[in-house]
Design a binder for this molecule. Structure first.
Ligand SMILES: [Zn+2]
Ligand SMILES: [Zn+2]
Length: 300
């Protein structure tokens, strides 16, 4: 496995983000066009270039392709009450997400043996079982759900919640503190991205693990404790510049920082799963990851 490489820190003076004209948007709600098409293509490309993870990344590509295929249908499902999305833990799930899960199981059920068995389990499950899996996932109670089922349940919830977020009127969303939990749905972050283009060029946005909303946070700044004093950057030796771990020596947490200037197609979910070696090394260094990728729950 590649080693860990320290590639910069706030003490040495990291390059600042470019100053954009006008105030950048605090929130970036997901687009009406499916957010899943590019992600599926990215998973497919990473499966080709990461031989040791090829089968796993190809399965994720298949799963995200189903999310994409379900997108238009879910833009038609009713929004939660009053068009106000509350945090998922306070909110009854809209039943349509269960339909998404059953459609995912139908589409992927003809796959290889372990996947077929998981899909069969989903098809046989009652509504109550499906709801209990969703509750465990959304409340980060990972002992309550089979880790094999988690990516499928997560994918269905992502389609449902992203379709809500994409239909919100940005001007009517009152903001709301933006920390490491999503200001729209309350879920944990998955990673953060240095964006390119237009008013967001060079700015850092944090990505929600559930509803595809992004929110702005300063660069070179710990998303957990807010300190800029002792922030360092680590990468995997020889793995390129696109994915780094931004680590805070104060609170010993890290988040992944993905750089679209270095790799325009980098994706917070796909590139996260393709760089799990970086997580292993960061944990060995004594850092704890802030947030998680719903497609691979901690401990899986
Ligand atoms: Zn969210
Ligand atoms: Zn910190």
């Amino acid at each position: 496995m590649s080693g860990l490489e320290k590639v910069g820190s706030s003490r040495e003076g990291m390059p600042k983000g470019s100053q954009s004209l006008g105030a950048p948007p605090l929130l970036r709600l997901p687009p009406r066009q499916s957010p899943f098409a590019k992600r599926a293509a990215r998973f497919r490309r990473l499966a080709e270039s990461h031989a040791s993870l090829a089968g796993y990344l190809a399965l994720m590509a298949d799963l995200v392709e189903v999310q994409h295929d379900l997108w238009e249908r879910f833009l038609q499902t009713p929004l939660p009450d009053s068009h106000i999305i509350r945090r998922p833990l306070d909110n009854q799930q809209v039943p349509a997400w269960r339909e998404a899960l059953r459609l995912i199981a139908e589409r992927l059920g003809a796959g290889s043996e372990p996947v077929a068995a998981l899909c069969e389990r989903i098809r046989q499950a009652t509504d109550e079982e499906l709801e209990s899996w969703a509750t465990c996932l959304l409340s980060a109670n990972f002992q309550g759900i089979d880790p094999g089922l988690a990516p499928f349940v997560a994918a269905a919830l992502q389609v449902s919640w992203s379709s809500f977020a994409a239909r919100l009127d940005q001007d009517r969303v009152r903001t709301i503190e933006c920390g490491y939990r999503c200001p729209i749905c309350g879920s944990w972050l998955v990673a953060s991205m240095l964006q390119t283009g237009g008013s967001v060029h060079g700015l850092r946005y944090v990505c929600c693990s559930l509803c595809s909303t992004e929110w702005n946070r300063p660069r070179i700044h710990c998303i957990h404790c807010g300190s800029s004093k002792d922030v360092s950057y680590f990468g995997l030796e020889g793995a390129g510049e696109a994915v780094k771990a931004e680590a805070c020596a104060g609170c010993k947490t890290y988040v992944k920082l993905m750089n679209r200037e270095k790799e325009p197609f980098v994706d917070p979910f796909a590139d996260d799963l393709a760089t799990l070696g970086l997580d292993i090394l960061m944990v060995e260094e004594g850092y704890q990851r802030l947030g998680f990728n719903l497609l691979l729950i901690p401990g899986s």
